[in-house]
Write a protein that binds this ligand. Structure first.
Ligand code: URA
Length: 433
């Protein structure tokens, strides 16, 4: 077997065998297959697709390309959560402390932002001292000790996905169903949880642009989960506009703190209730989803969830005085309002555009190696369905570079579409698969 033959087969629209896929994944991780050969194969997959069987084989090969965690010593069912990506998505930071406060263990590995989407680890690192890197034994010990740990993916967890994800990003091959499904599921299988809840985002700020695409990929991921003995539930959520009001690392942490204190925007509330009630059910802690939602609301109200977040931050070396007093977080140098140019209703607020603007302000990285500025981003004052008067503030830009901030003003205006007639509010939950 050699890589040239495998590339040629896929180029000519033929199906790859399990052995050929395994060969490619192993040899790529060991650097016997070059990046340009891998790029050629990925582009051929992107253009010609993969069958369900090929997708499953790619997923399992990637999952087994590094260590596969054993979480059995935690002694309780661990339910993992993953989002297919979006803008302003701080759901993990709010939801997982709530889950842990209900006595359900949380052992969560999250990613960094790439492209126009943000990443939980970048957001958590805006808390001074918060440690996102640690040995596996310490990670599991943390979960046993306080019921929760959220860290970055270790270097040896699904390393094939790590390499392929960066490669796909650099050759414009991210938005492909088979490649996304195998990327997400390989990491989740390797991370060791018995059950998985996936937030499958749909809309302008997501990789799946339509509900139909989201349903298709959800079925694919559920099927892979079943084959790997991991019960998987997918919740389809709206990503036409950013989630909540804040986009950018520190800004999102501050919003997450507010949510844990009970001040939750409606979209975030619906998403955490839906995902959370499914997690509680899969953990075997309650089959009635409505009752599960009440448990979540109760632990926000009685501050148990907020206190669990403090415990998480403290246990991972973060400075909790910032959580207790968010005014301490460093602010961007320039806070610039963006004014509406006409009166009407917000019909569109393009999540992808807002994500791209936020990256240009410095909140995200264009290349994997880029650094980020935690304090910059965008605070949205108006969202879809909202009424606005001419001259009212649509959003605030938080910028360190004044020029970049000024450029962002016009860009943000183009992300909004204001119409005369009243528009319906967005539906946030689009289905459960
Ligand atoms: N999230 C992932 O983990 N992988 C993808 O390919 C896309 C989103």
């Amino acid at each position: 077997m050699n890589i040239q033959e495998i590339i040629a087969k896929k180029r000519d629209k033929q199906e790859l065998t399990k052995e050929e896929i395994e060969y490619f994944v192993q040899e790529y991780v060991q650097e016997n297959v070059t990046d340009y050969q891998a790029a050629a194969l990925i582009m051929a997959i992107y253009l010609n697709g993969m069958t369900k069987e090929e997708t499953t084989n790619l997923t399992l090969s990637m999952a087994n390309s590094g260590e596969v965690l054993d979480l059995s010593s935690i002694g309780k069912t661990v339910v993992d959560k993953h989002s297919t990506g979006g803008v302003g998505d701080k759901i993990t930071i709010i939801l997982m402390p709530i889950i842990a406060s209900l006595g359900i263990p949380v052992a969560k590995m999250s990613g960094r932002g790439l492209g126009f989407t943000g990443g939980t680890i970048d957001k958590l690192e805006s808390i001074p001292g918060y440690n996102t890197q640690m040995e596996m034994s310490k990670f599991i010990e943390n979960v046993k000790k306080i019921g929760i740990s959220i860290i970055g993916q270790t270097a040896n967890l699904a390393p094939a996905d790590k390499k392929l994800y960066a490669l796909r990003d650099s050759i414009s091959c991210v938005d492909n169903q088979a490649l996304i499904a195998s990327s997400v599921m390989s990491k989740k299988i390797a991370a060791g949880a018995e059950k998985i809840v996936l937030d499958v985002t749909v809309g302008s700020g997501a990789f799946m642009q339509t509900k139909e695409e989201a349903i298709e990929i959800s079925k694919m991921m559920k099927n892979i989960g079943n084959l790997a003995n991991r019960e998987t539930v997918c919740v389809l959520t709206n990503m036409n506009e950013p989630v909540g009001k804040a986009v950018g690392n520190t800004l999102e942490i501050k919003e997450a703190i507010e949510c844990l204190k009970g001040n939750i925007p409606e979209d975030i509330k619906q998403i955490i209730l839906e995902l959370g009630s499914q997690i509680i059910k899969l953990a075997g802690e309650g089959d009635n989803l409505e009752e599960n939602k009440n448990k979540i609301l109760e632990n926000i109200k009685n501050k148990k969830a907020y206190r669990k977040f403090l415990e998480l931050v403290e246990n991972q070396n973060g400075d909790i005085s910032y959580i207790e007093n968010p005014e301490k977080f460093q602010k961007a140098k320039h806070i610039i309002p963006v004014y509406a140019e006409k009166t009407g209703y917000i019909e569109k607020l393009d999540a992808r555009k807002i994500g791209v603007i936020s990256v240009h302000l410095g909140a995200g990285r264009i290349k994997k190696e880029d650094g980020i500025e935690h304090s910059v981003g965008i605070l949205l004052e108006k969202k879809i369905g909202g009424k606005v008067q001419k001259g009212e503030i649509l959003a605030y830009i938080h910028a360190n570079d004044e020029e970049k901030g000024k450029t962002a003003i016009e860009d943000i205006k183009t992300a909004y579409k204001i119409v005369e007639n009243q528009v319906k509010e967005e539906k946030y939950i689009l289905g459960i698969i």
